[in-house]
Design a protein around this ligand. Structure first.
Ligand SMILES: C[S@@+](CC[C@H](N)C(=O)[O-])C[C@H]1O[C@@H](n2cnc3c(N)ncnc32)[C@H](O)[C@@H]1O
Length: 311
């Protein structure tokens, strides 16, 4: 389906308060949705934690940027041993009914391999905690039990009321949805908040989301199709709260880290699906301007997604 159709629908939905929820509804019709969310969230949470090589103890705390529709990632961070987990989003999308369905899939044996050995808790304690989590009757109970704080919508200053230092700052496919000004704030505060041995880990998806699989996928376009357009054109079609993506690739985040004196310890770029490349000559000058002109065009399209580990 031509991507303009999905873009037009999202543009209309974004006018309504419940537009984002309606946009999210089709995925709920997939019978395996909650089981897939369980697998994805636990796997991705642990992959980043393990990849960051962070050492935690019973005083460590974590900040997740971009909670989304599932609270499983903060739950996993609490089970790994973080004493407090603050999770924030610009919209309040968690529902307890979804949580109840997703947590049913959690058992010590269904956690990612090595999860138990990396947690500060023993297997017996983890089992007990999972049993207790399954018994909670509300988010209030869950959040109190695991010391999770959910701020949505949030402001950076409000996060500081929860803690002035964080040992772990993490996000999963969120930064590509943040406008450059928000990214500047995030990197500024990351530098301010990271504790001495603190680590920030961000997994970012760099591709055109209209090429994502699903009913509305535009199979005719390159995964970097969006780089063809001017800022004005792109803003017209997807400059709304549902569809917004910043069209920035990994060299941008490297530059930003440098600007805020953050050390990029590692960057793991991946191509996780079949490549459908875009001719570099088609990249719009507006895109290149984001990099102060200092960027290799091939680099911008080198990876579909990547994970940064910073300190
Ligand atoms: C693709 S979802 C990912 C959600 C979740 N991390 C996951 O893996 O399922 C992107 C999320 O980023 C959130 N988001 C967008 N801009 C944000 C911002 N400036 N700060 C925090 N979250 C933001 C959106 O509301 C949305 O929940």
């Amino acid at each position: 389906m031509n991507w303009h159709i999905k873009a037009a629908l999202q543009k209309i939905l974004a006018l309504s308060q419940i537009g984002d929820r309606l946009n999210h509804m089709p995925v709920l019709f997939n019978k395996k949705y909650h089981s897939n969310v369980y697998q994805y969230q636990t796997y991705e949470c642990f992959r980043k934690f393990e990849g960051s090589k962070i050492q935690i103890d019973e005083t460590s705390n974590a900040l997740e940027i971009g909670t989304g529709y599932s609270v499983l990632s903060p739950v996993c961070l609490a089970l790994l041993g973080f004493n407090k987990v603050v999770t924030v989003d610009i919209s309040r999308d968690l529902t307890f009914s979804s949580f109840r369905k997703q947590i049913e899939f959690m058992q010590v044996s269904s956690l990612p391999r090595d999860f138990v050995s990396k947690s500060i808790y023993s297997e017996i304690v983890l089992k007990q905690k999972i049993e207790n989590i399954k018994k909670v009757r509300s988010f209030d109970e869950l959040f109190e039990y695991l010391n999770i704080v959910y701020l949505a919508p949030y402001k950076f200053e409000e996060i500081e009321k929860e803690s002035l230092k964080f040992d772990y700052i993490v996000s999963q496919v969120v930064l590509e949805h943040m406008p450059p000004k928000q990214l500047e704030l995030l990197f500024f505060y990351t530098k301010k908040w990271l504790s001495e041995n603190g680590i920030a880990v961000h997994c970012i998806n760099f591709i055109d989301h209209f090429a994502n699989p699903g009913f509305f996928q535009d199979k005719s376009i390159s995964e970097f199709n969006f780089l063809k357009y001017s800022d004005k054109y792109w803003d017209f079609w997807s400059g709304n709260s549902i569809a917004y993506t910043n069209r920035l690739s990994f060299p941008y985040y490297v530059q930003l880290a440098k600007k805020y004196n953050l050390n990029v310890k590692s960057f793991n770029g991946e191509n996780y699906r079949k490549r459908v490349e875009l001719d570099t000559e088609l990249i719009h000058p507006d895109i290149l301007r984001n990099y102060n002109g200092v960027v290799n065009k091939d680099e911008i399209m080198k990876y579909q997604r990547g994970t940064f580990v910073m300190s």
